[in-house]
Design a protein around this ligand. Structure first.
Ligand code: ACO
Length: 451
C-alpha cells in the first residue's frame, strides 16, 4: 500500500479547566510564572467521573461516529498510555466493548507504555502493520491518552489531560515519510512512576528539560543525516513548513525551536555563519551539550528564531496553551492545532516535522507530508472538516476555581485505587458523547455510561 498515514483524527479533552493566572495567585507563585514563564493559559483536568478507560471510550466512539467507520472496518487497535490503572488488563481490552457487540473480535494490537512516547509507538506500529504482510485491508486505529497530574508544587501547573484517536490506512492525506525518521533512546531517571498506588510521577524537572533538549539535538542530527542520505538534501529549519513538538509546556517548545536553529548554526561551516546567522558571531565556539541552560545562547537563538517560531510552530500550540500537557497525545494535539489553525490551501503540500519525547527516555523526530489536493471531496478536506468543532468545544468548557481544582486532585489521589467506589463528580458539564465512570465494584471492576 502507498501513502500510508493518518486519514482522520479525533480529539477529546476535559470539559472543565483551571485558569493559570488564578492558579498562580492561589499557589502564591509570582505573577506571570505560569502564564509567561511556562507559556500556559488554562489547564484541563478530570474529576473522579473520568479515568483512562472513559476518555479512550469517548475518543474512539467519537471517531467512529464522526467518520462513519463501522467496527468491522478496524483490523488493528493500538493504545499508547502512561496512565496505568491495571497492571495486567489493557485499555485495549476495555475498548473492545465498542466492537464485541457488533461481532468484531479479530482486532490486533495492545497497549504500549513509556511516558509520553506511547502514542508515537502506537502510531508507528499501526503504520507498520498496514505496510506489512499481516495487513488484511482494514484500517488501524492508533489511540493515545493520559491524565497528567502532579503532586502539589512546581510541576503541578504543567498538568493536563486528553485523548486522541488516529485512523491509519493507505492513500492518507497525512503521509508518514519513509526512511528518514530518527530515534534516540537511553536510560534516564528524569520522570518516572514507581509508586503504583499514585497517579503522580517522581520528577526531576531540570533533568527532564535537559534530557528533552538533548534528545531533540540527537534526533534532529540523525534526521538531517537520514534525509541527506536518501535525497541528498541538506536539511535546516527552512526544510519544514511546520515543526510540532511534544509540549510539556509551551515555553519549552519555543526554546526547542530555537534549539533547532542552534543546531543549524553548529552544522554550518564557520565561513558561512556570518551570512546565515548575522549577529551570532560570539557563539562561534558554542558546544551543544554545554548549552542546555546557557541563558545567553538561549536568548540569542530565541530572538533569532522568533519569526520562524511564529510561522512554523506557534499555530501548533493552540490546544496545549488551553489544556496543558496531555502526555501521550500532546504531540498529536499539536498536529490537530496546526490543522485547525492554518487555511487548508496553505496546508496542502506541507512538510511537517514532529518531535516525540517520552521521559525515561524514548524520542523520535519524524516527518509527515501533507497531500496537495485540498478540494472539497479530498481526503485532506475530510480530515480537516472532521476537526471543525475543536475550537467550539474549547470555548464551551467550564472554568473552575483553583480551590476546587485542588480538592478534585486530592479526591482522585485518595481514591485512585479504592474499591468499591462511587464517584461523586458532576456529569452536567460533560460534552455530549462523553463516557463516564458510574461505579467501581468490590472486585475493582469498572462500569461506564455515556452522556
Ligand atoms: N514572570 C515571568 N516569568 C517567570 C516568573 C514571573 N513572575 N517567575 C518565573 N518565571 C519564569 C522562569 O524564569 C522560568 O523561565 P525560564 O526557564 O525561561 O527562565 C519559568 O518561569 C519557570 O520557572 P522555574 O523557576 O524554572 O520553575 P520551576 O523550576 O519551579 O518549575 C518545571 C518548572 C521544572 C518545568 C516544573 O514545572 C516541572 O517539573 N514540570 C514537569 C516536568 C516537565 O514538564 N518536563 C519537561 C519534559 S518531560 C515531560 O514531558 C513530562
Amino acid at each position: 500500500p502507498n501513502d500510508v498515514g493518518i486519514l482522520a483524527i479525533e480529539v477529546t479533552f476535559p470539559s472543565q479547566y483551571v485558569n493559570q493566572s488564578e492558579l498562580e495567585q492561589y499557589d502564591g507563585a509570582s505573577t506571570g510564572k505560569y502564564t509567561i514563564g511556562l507559556g500556559q493559559n488554562n489547564m484541563g483536568f478530570c474529576s473522579d467521573r473520568e479515568d483512562i478507560n472513559s476518555i479512550y471510550l469517548t475518543v474512539v466512539q467519537k471517531l467512529m461516529e464522526n467518520h462513519n467507520i463501522k467496527p468491522a472496518e478496524i483490523g488493528r487497535l493500538e493504545v499508547g498510555t502512561e496512565t496505568i490503572i491495571d497492571k495486567s488488563k489493557s485499555v485495549k481490552t476495555v475498548l473492545m466493548q465498542l466492537f464485541e457487540p457488533h461481532g468484531v473480535t479479530d482486532i490486533e494490537g495492545i497497549d504500549t507504555t513509556n511516558a509520553c512516547y506511547g502514542g508515537t509507538a502506537a502510531l508507528f506500529n499501526s503504520v507498520s502493520w498496514v505496510e506489512s504482510s499481516a495487513w488484511n485491508g482494514r484500517y488501524a486505529l492508533a489511540v493515545c491518552g493520559d491524565i497528567a497530574i502532579y503532586a502539589k508544587g512546581s510541576a503541578r501547573p504543567t498538568g493536563g489531560a486528553g485523548a486522541i484517536a488516529m485512523l491509519i490506512g493507505p492513500n492518507a492525506p497525512l503521509v508518514l515519510d519513509r526512511g528518514t525518521r530518527a530515534t534516540y533512546v537511553k536510560h534516564a531517571y528524569d520522570f518516572y512512576k514507581p509508586d503504583l498506588t499514585s497517579e503522580y510521577p517522581v520528577v526531576d524537572g531540570k533533568l527532564s528539560i535537559q534530557c528533552y533538549l538533548g534528545a531533540l539535538d540527537k534526533c534532529y542530527q540523525l534526521y538531517c543525516k537520514n534525509v541527506n542520505k536518501k535525497s541528498n538534501i541538506q536539511v535546516d529549519l527552512n526544510y519544514f513548513d511546520a515543526v510540532v513538538f511534544h509540549t510539556p509546556f509551551c515555553k519549552l517548545v519555543q526554546k526547542s525551536l530555537a534549539r533547532l536553529a542552534l543546531n543549524d548554526y553548529v552544522q554550518t561551516p564557520s565561513g558561512q555563519r556570518q551570512e546565515k546567522f548575522p549577529g551570532l558571531e560570539k557563539f562561534e565556539n558554542v558546544k551543544l551539550e554545554e548549552s542546555y541552560f546557557d541563558r545567553d545562547v538561549e536568548k540569542a537563538f530565541m530572538a533569532f528564531s522568533k519569526e520562524a517560531f511564529t510561522k512554523q510552530t506557534s499555530p501548533s500550540l493552540l490546544i496545549a496553551r488551553q489544556v496543558g500537557n496531555m502526555y501521550t497525545p500532546s504531540l498529536y494535539s499539536g498536529l490537530v492545532s496546526l490543522l485547525i489553525s492554518k487555511d487548508i490551501s496553505k496546508l496542502a503540500g506541507n512538510k511537517i516535522g514532529l518531535f516525540s519525547y517520552g521521559s525515561g527516555l524514548a524520542s523520535t523526530l519524524f516527518s509527515i507530508t501533507v497531500t496537495k489536493n485540498y478540494s472539497g471531496d479530498s481526503a485532506l478536506h475530510r480530515l480537516v472538516s472532521g476537526l471543525s468543532n475543536v475550537k467550539t468545544l474549547l470555548a464551551q468548557r467550564v472554568k473552575v476555581e483553583p480551590s476546587k481544582f485542588e480538592a478534585t486532585l486530592e479526591l482522585r489521589q485518595k481514591n485512585s485505587h479504592a474499591a468499591p467506589y462511587e464517584p461523586t463528580g458532576s456529569v452536567e458539564s460533560f460534552f455530549p458523547g462523553t463516557y463516564y465512570l458510574t461505579k467501581i465494584d468490590e472486585a475493582h471492576r469498572r462500569f461506564y455510561d455515556r452522556i
